[in-house]
Write a protein that binds this ligand. Structure first.
Ligand SMILES: [Zn+2]
Length: 299
């Protein structure tokens, strides 16, 4: 009897080893990209992320541990267009693992100021003058998700139907997110759609939903505005009666706090710009941001 039970256990172990394939190892550069890759990859993909929730890509330095992870992956997903610092991208290239940029084929907006996205080497920024923060527009995100699905298929063609089905489900959720956001924002008159944030990460959100974002820090992290620029922003907040003033999850709130103090406008809350909240998804991050924005602009 015991022998029979042991034999059964042994058989079931053997059969499971044969049936369950090892998941595909994929590394994504940051939390938003990793979440979308998990949505599409399902149980067939194990996604590692380099820059985690609430961490700032602008100032991230890739570690030997990250590179070990990269080398054991079949595919690396990058956002592209200079979102990842040049040194970060060079390390990925040197690892000789296939990599794909999720923004490829997306019509990118120009950066509307002179700041670089990259923080440490002003002469080496590779993104030119395009804005890499594409994920702030759920419509563009449908193409972004398709690029991720195609990247997975390029290294795992056998699962093509599986990834395509999951992509279609996810794109449907993105459409629903956009329909909801459009309806929410429509409740705010155009003249009141003005928001102050720390760094210039919301260009695509602003473009798609007709919200004007004002950001003292440009798209970069270390470009501290001059006293004159700060004075100009203070004047702008007062003149235009801006009521929606936000700090971000990835950067120091000091400058926004100063602006809030000097204008007497309370800080409305926190927006998630370049990284997800902890234990969250891209879709819930967007819902949080839109709800907070609408609440603040209503005032
Ligand atoms: Zn950014």
């Amino acid at each position: 009897m015991i022998f029979l039970r042991r034999l059964l256990i042994l058989l079931s172990l053997l059969c499971c080893r044969l049936v369950v394939a090892e998941p595909l190892q994929v590394t994504a550069s940051f939390s938003v990209l990793a979440d979308v890759a998990r949505e599409i990859g399902g149980e067939r993909v194990l996604v590692h992320e380099i820059v985690h929730s609430n961490q700032d890509m602008h100032v991230y330095r890739i570690t030997p541990q990250d590179l070990r992870q990269v080398r054991s992956s079949k595919l690396v997903l990058l956002n592209g267009q200079g979102f990842e610092p040049a040194e970060f991208v060079r390390s990925i290239q040197a690892a000789k693992v296939p990599f794909v940029e999720a923004v490829q084929g997306i019509n990118l907006m120009d950066n509307h100021d002179e700041h670089e996205h990259e923080h440490n080497d002003k002469h080496e920024h590779s993104h030119g003058d395009k804005d890499p923060h594409v994920w702030q527009d759920p419509v563009l995100m449908q193409k972004y998700a398709e690029n991720i699905a195609n990247a997975l298929i390029s290294v795992d063609a056998a699962s093509s139907d599986y990834y395509k089905k999951r992509l279609a489900d996810y794109q449907k959720q993105l459409k629903e997110l956009d329909a909801w956001a459009t309806k929410e924002i429509a409740t705010i008159p155009l003249a009141k759609r003005k928001v102050l944030t720390a760094h210039d990460a919301f260009g695509y959100l602003g473009e798609h939903y007709q919200i004007r974002f004002i950001a003292p820090q440009g798209v970069s992290e270390d470009s501290e505005p001059s006293a004159k620029q700060v004075a100009n922003i203070i004047r702008q907040i007062k003149q235009e009666n801006i009521r929606a003033v936000f700090i971000e999850n990835i950067n120091n709130p000091r400058l926004v706090r100063q602006l809030s103090r000097e204008t007497g406008v309370d800080i409305s809350g926190k927006l998630y710009s370049d990284a997800l909240p902890e234990n969250s998804s891209y879709i819930s991050m967007m819902k949080h941001n839109i709800s907070e924005l609408v609440k603040a602009m209503k005032q």
